[in-house]
Ligand binder design. Structure first.
Ligand SMILES: Cc1ncc(COP(=O)(O)O)c(C=O)c1O
Length: 421
């Protein structure tokens, strides 16, 4: 347990006399003050991750555009903005929220396969840094929209390089059968006919390979393919955006350390794309292990077949285990020495797929009211949560040093119907 925390948390999640701490705050005190379930984030952890990224990519010093889909809490966004990062958005809603968090247009990149005309207008009016274009149809729409507003849109073309990555099928985004990006032939024909797009400025190329990728190898493979492609297409980009997807440790899997990961990519980049600017779009890497979900046991249910720990957080609060079969470490908030038994840790939702962890070794005596921590829940946790089964969304708390601050209040029952007419 201690070894796991050491591995993932930079010493910001620890046990003190058997009680879990987030920085210098006891997890139990967060629960007493704000209730459960509750998401908790360590501000220092987020800052450390950004510092590590900068260090690892130092020789290229890319623009870091945080992918806010991973966690869009306003406090998190402001913290990341204050570290000098830009933001990667995928919708008009994210554009509005990023703006509200203080991000300036010149550090906003806008990806996504289905940008509407309204979203494109809003982004042009905000003078965003660039659109990542995912289809010929979208390219035409951006050009026409920019023309009607008498503006020039800066764009990168998202190329689909058909690169394989070792991650869950649902989060591979660079295979040719996925909906993402433009096939090489289409990118080439856009480049050859770029003079026809009077209101576009094609700055460069983007690729995004997928999420939770554990090594630099596929990025280097993608850059090799890109180099061959650019030579063939006779195109010199001024920007290459290598997307996000940098993996993090959820358990004992082997992950290339960020220093090696960044150094290897940068070394190849500097040698093969001299003078080209780099953009990176990490989401999970910055916030994933910064956050946990605290929940309490409702029932310890034993059947002849299984032991179930039924907790007050469910798949509506954290969908990753149900959706991707992802693994989150589950720890008791108070660690007492004693017999461990195997439990399925499940939520109260009426779906068999509602689980947080299966066959987990946890103390035998856990009972109603005992607190449990679901680790590594800072990315794609709250941001993918819903009100399914009439469950108000949970509170979010930011911890820095010995201080805790609620940065999203727990929803109330009347929040469940307040938009209905
Ligand atoms: C275009 C784009 N950029 C960046 C990301 C962030 O990925 P991650 O959180 O794995 O870094 C995503 C995630 O889906 C994405 O689609």
């Amino acid at each position: 347990m201690e070894k796991y925390l050491e591995m993932i948390s930079d010493g910001l999640y620890t046990f003190h006399q058997g009680s879990l701490m987030v920085e210098k705050v006891f997890a139990k005190d967060i629960c007493s003050r704000f209730g459960t379930p509750v998401y908790v984030y360590s501000a220092t952890f987020i800052e450390n991750q950004i510092r590590k990224l900068r260090e690892a990519f130092k020789s290229v010093s890319p623009l870091i555009c945080y992918s806010m889909k991973a966690n869009n809490n306003m406090e998190v966004l402001k913290l990341i903005r204050k570290q000098g990062c830009g933001v990667d958005i995928v919708s008009g809603g994210e554009l509005a929220k990023a703006t509200k968090a203080g991000f300036k247009g010149d550090k906003i990149v806008f990806a996504g396969v289905g940008k509407t005309r309204e979203e494109i207008i809003a982004a042009l009016n905000k003078r965003i840094y660039l659109f990542t274009v995912e289809s010929v149809e979208e390219l035409k729409t951006i050009n026409e929209t920019a023309k009607s507003l008498k503006k020039i849109a800066d764009v990168t073309l998202r190329i689909n390089l058909d690169v394989e990555v070792d991650t869950h099928h649902y989060i591979k985004t660079a295979k040719k059968e996925t909906k993402f990006g433009l096939p090489e032939k289409q990118v080439e024909s856009i480049i050859n006919s770029r003079n026809e797009f009077s209101n576009l400025n094609i700055l460069g190329i983007q690729f995004h390979l997928g999420s939770n990728i554990k090594s630099s190898t596929p990025y280097i493979e993608a850059l090799k393919r890109l180099k061959r492609f650019l030579k063939k297409a006779n195109f010199k980009p001024s920007v290459i955006d290598i997307g996000g997807g940098f993996g993090i440790q959820y358990r004992d899997e082997t992950i290339e350390q960020i220093m090696d990961f960044g150094n290897k990519i940068c070394e190849f980049f500097v040698e093969n794309f001299p003078g080209v600017s780099m953009v990176i779009e990490p989401g999970r890497f910055i916030v994933g292990n910064a956050g946990i979900l605290l929940t309490q046991v409702v029932y310890n249910k034993k059947t002849p077949h299984k032991n179930f720990l039924i907790v007050d957080a469910g798949m509506n609060d954290l969908i990753r285990p149900s959706l991707y079969n992802s693994y989150h470490e589950i720890l008791p908030v108070f660690f007492k020495k004693g017999k461990l038994i195997k439990y399925d840790v499940v939520g109260p939702i009426c779906e068999t797929g509602d689980f947080l962890g299966k066959e987990r070794l946890l103390p035998d005596g856990l009972d109603s009211g005992d607190l449990i921590a679901v680790m590594g829940a800072g990315a794609y946790g709250f941001s993918m949560s819903s009100n399914y089964n009439g469950r108000p969304r949970v509170a979010e708390v930011m911890v820095r040093g010995g201080k805790m601050k609620c940065c999203r209040r727990r929803e109330k029952f009347d929040d469940l119907w307040k938009h209905e007419i």
